[in-house]
Ligand binder design. Structure first.
Ligand code: NAG
Ligand code: NAG
Ligand code: NAG
Ligand code: NAG
Length: 330
């Protein structure tokens, strides 16, 4: 008997146990006490049932190359459901597992319609009989987020509501360091967190309000985050406080804009201010140094000035003439 789920997360263990005990999923698992059945009992029951029929669970951080040959079950929250592509041939989702790790899931014709009906954003599901394959985005296809693997929804994939009384993590586990963001392809999405070190003027781009905030990460790399009207208005007070207090801002599904050398809020973006997250703990110290003036921030000003100088050149020239879009810190 192989445990599909090796995650250290306790719910992962619970599911492995449930899987072992009863052949997950059944409605019994809604009651946590039933799942806490003694292990000896579990073992007896497993040996009595044929193991081939049982779903094998995977979490996205546990994937290995050998796993591409199997079919797997996953417990996920639909973090993002993209619109099907123009010809309705591809439907993409961003799925989050119970440990907060995300993966891109893709359905192709003729399965698009089926998954379109099944999934809705924010809902949790158990999905059976998915496959994983290496994400070869840079070589072949556009993919929305960076992950070594992607999840394939197939003809025989089935979807069930996930009825465990368990909260999924509010934020993704993995946030991308800024030096990796710089390398991400155009138009792809990233999840990041940083300390607010600068706020740009309120602009109107095609009459739509837009404002840029510059964030710093623990390596003192800088990233300009463009926030569009919807997200600005939704958190108007938080944004003004964020600038005054050098808040830690965590943003998800921010879209990479290679021409302008920044990332921007999208329809799928969620911002959080001073969140409790393992990866923002390290930012607390940075925030303190910035807020108390213990850090010389002149390089931030230079970075922003250089970026403006650079932007001035690309508005004059054809954008196709841009070779490098990341402003350099001098
Ligand atoms: C799954 O949950 C949704 C929303 O709670 C509900 O509308 C739907 O009927 C459920 N589907 C099944 C198969 O239980
Ligand atoms: C980035 O994507 C946009 C939108 O598709 C496109 O207009 C632009 O040319 C792309 N820029 C680069 C540098 O690839
Ligand atoms: C915005 O600020 C308020 C008050 O400090 C806080 O309760 C709320 O959680 C913040 N919103 C976000 C998205 O962090
Ligand atoms: C790009 O701009 C430079 C001047 O900055 C010019 O010399 C060059 O010919 C342009 N290239 C193209 C392909 O337009």
């Amino acid at each position: 008997m192989r445990f599909g789920c090796r995650c250290v997360h306790w719910l992962g263990r619970l599911i492995s146990l449930a899987e072992l005990t009863y052949g997950y999923p059944t409605t019994k698992y809604c009651c946590p006490t039933r799942s806490m059945a003694p292990t000896t009992l579990s073992r007896k029951r497993t040996s009595a049932s044929p193991s081939q029929g049982l779903p094998r669970f995977k979490t996205f951080d546990d994937l290995e190359y050998d796993n591409i040959y199997g079919v797997w079950s996953v417990v996920v929250k639909v973090d993002v459901k993209f619109n099907a592509d123009a010809r309705g041939e591809t439907q993409r989702f961003i799925l989050m597992d119970i440990s907060g790790s995300k993966i891109e899931a893709i359905a192709w014709e003729p399965n698009v319609q089926r998954f379109d009906a099944l999934h809705s954003e924010g809902q949790c599901y158990t999905i059976h009989r998915v496959r994983f394959q290496p994400n070869l985005e840079e070589a072949f296809h556009f993919r929305s987020i960076g992950h070594p693997f992607e999840c394939i929804l197939r003809k025989d994939t089935t979807v069930e509501n996930f009825s465990f009384p368990i909260q999924f993590p509010p934020f993704p586990t993995h946030l991308m360091p800024f030096h990796d963001v710089y390398r991400r392809p155009n138009m792809t999405f990233v999840d990041i967190a940083g300390v607010v070190v600068h706020r740009g003027e309120l602009e109107h781009i095609g009459k739509v309000p837009y404002r840029e905030f510059t964030l710093m990460d623990t390596r003192c790399n800088l990233l300009v985050v463009g926030v569009w009207a919807a997200q600005l208005n939704k958190h108007a007070l938080n944004w003004s406080l964020a600038y005054a207090d050098n808040a830690i801002v965590l943003g998800t599904m921010l879209k990479n804009n290679k021409i302008h050398g920044n990332i921007e809020s999208s329809d799928h973006t969620v911002f959080n201010f001073n969140p409790i997250h393992p990866e923002t703990l390290a930012l607390q110290n940075l925030r303190h140094r910035v807020a108390t003036g213990a850090m010389d921030l002149r390089f931030v000003r230079r970075y922003i000035e250089n970026r403006w100088a650079y932007l001035a050149t690309i508005t004059k020239e054809s954008v196709t003439n841009v070779t490098s879009s990341k402003p350099t810190i001098t």
